[in-house]
Ligand binder design. Structure first.
Ligand code: HEC
Length: 128
């Protein structure tokens, strides 16, 4: 009897945990993503319109065509990249920037952690 009650309680607990825990893959957390951005991207990228650093401004980058920020000297490889920066394209690129679009001048080893990538992309989505 007690065993059965405990079992039911455990099930209820597991359900509650599933309902409240953040989903891992697709949905990123923009607040955590901002911290990732400040740690790993901000040296090279600003997030305001028109401010280019070592890299182009990343304001409104999600769904945008690559190599379209004015007054930024992109590599030929990036200019030849015609695939818009969808969430999936960004995820592939950020996992291995130099492996994805050959010859890019973004000297950055990438974000190996999928959660970091999802979070930073969620943050980029807020920049518009
Ligand atoms: C060491 C400097 C550096 C770091 C660190 C860096 N980037 Fe870049 N990024 C660049 C440069 C330079 C380019 C332009 C690449 C080219 O033209 O080949 C670029 C290009 C990009 C582009 C394409 C922009 C466009 O207008 O098409 C995106 C998106 C991007 N970076 C995202 C990120 C994110 C997100 C991070 C952090 C996780 C990051 N980068 C870290 C230097 C950097």
């Amino acid at each position: 009897m007690t065993g059965r009650l405990i079992f039911v309680l455990m099930l209820a607990f597991a359900n509650a945990m599933l309902a409240t825990s953040p989903s891992f893959a697709a949905e990123g957390d923009p607040v955590a993503g901002k911290a990732v951005f400040q740690r790993t991207c901000e040296n090279c990228h600003a997030v305001v319109i028109g401010l280019n650093k070592v890299g182009p401004s990343l304001w409104n980058v999600v769904e945008r065509k690559p190599a379209t920020v004015p007054d930024f000297a992109y590599s030929d490889a990036m200019k030849a990249n015609k695939q818009p920066w969808t969430v999936t394209a960004l995820d592939t690129y950020l996992a291995d920037p130099r492996g994805d679009v050959h010859g890019v001048k973004m000297f950055f080893k990438g974000l190996p952690n999928a959660t970091d990538r999802a979070n930073v992309i969620a943050y980029l989505q807020t920049l518009k």
